[in-house]
Design a protein around this ligand. Structure first.
Ligand code: LIP
Length: 300
């Protein structure tokens, strides 16, 4: 990922601090792991997927989710011995280094199951409850987005690398907004009621089925904003950093930083309140619409 002669616009040796270099190395590890798992999920996908369910009959996990998580854990244990690990499919290891890797082996599992291209491998590394480096790799979209804190956000497509920047849109009614829905009927009905209120205030709505991809599209300006309630840390840990490093803001509806919603002291696997990611031009307006709509909608 190192640019020819420079890293994120900084030429090594011209004052790059050890901390920045360390974060660049961690970002490179996240890209290597995400791309390797993504390649495995494409190349080794069997004709028939063994399905089991988690929180509801539609919250599916396949043998490839588990295989992807095991592969990520194995690669990270080799490269970063002593770091902690938290995976969507239940793998958890405590940390002796202060760093914890948070991995969603297939974000957009339903899309993977139905052979829709919008699924991604999300790999993030957190320190003191904040992501400091991460990668989202969506192989069937030809996309690898990555970032390290303080180093900007980058989008690799084919052999090229370009810096990401969020939309400069400042009018909510002209904004393209994405969202998603949970797996239980009660939550989906509430989310549908919320959507019925939000849609009156925006240009249009998109729902791709993978939070990490939605967040990368906010970072690239291909969406003006994104919100969703009930996500887990592994869904957004990498994508939220990528948005922040692309100049965006990621908070909860009450306006807390997304990282305080998961400060690492609580249950990291618990679902999060509504997360809102957008450029500076519309973030507060979108939060305002969501806050009013949530006051009117009882969340299941
Ligand atoms: C998915 C999220 C998405 C949400 C889906 C699902 P998963 O994660 O990334 O934003 O709308 O319902 O939760 O379960 O595919 O890892």
């Amino acid at each position: 990922m190192r640019m020819e002669g420079s890293v994120d616009g900084v030429t090594p040796g011209d004052g790059v601090t050890p901390e920045v270099d360390f974060r660049v190395e961690l970002a490179e590890v996240s890209v290597a792991v995400a791309q390797a798992v993504a390649a495995h999920l494409v190349d080794e996908r069997p004709l028939r997927l063994d399905q089991s369910t988690k929180s509801s009959a539609t919250d599916v996990v396949t043998q490839m989710d588990s295989a992807g998580e095991e592969m990520a854990k194995r690669m990270l244990a080799q490269r970063r011995p002593g770091d902690g690990f938290l995976g969507e499919e239940g793998t958890a290891e405590s940390s002796s280094t202060g760093l914890v890797w948070v991995v969603d082996p297939i974000d957009g599992t339903t899309n993977y199951l139905y052979r829709h291209p919008a699924w991604a491998v999300s790999v993030a590394v957190m320190e003191e409850g904040r992501t400091i480096a991460g990668c989202v790799c969506a192989p069937l979209l030809g996309m690898t987005a990555h970032a390290h804190r303080g180093g900007g956000a980058w989008f690799r497509q084919g052999g090229s690398e370009r810096r990401l920047s969020v939309s400069s849109e400042s009018v909510l009614s002209r904004s393209l907004i994405a969202t998603g829905f949970g797996y239980t009927q009660q939550r989906r009905v509430s989310q549908g009621r919320l959507l019925a209120r939000v849609i009156a205030h925006v240009r249009d709505i998109r729902r791709c089925g993978a939070a990490s991809i939605d967040l990368c599209w906010v970072a690239s300006g291909q969406l003006d904003g994104y919100y969703e309630s009930g996500l887990h840390l592994w869904d957004f840990a990498a994508g939220a950093l990528i948005v922040e490093e692309a100049g965006g803001i990621v908070t909860t509806v009450p306006g807390e930083s997304v990282w305080s919603a998961h400060d690492g002291t609580g249950d990291r696997s618990a679902p999060t309140a509504t997360i809102v990611a957008a450029g500076r031009g519309i973030h507060s307006d979108l939060v305002g619409v969501l806050r009013q709509a949530e006051d009117e909608v009882v969340f299941g």
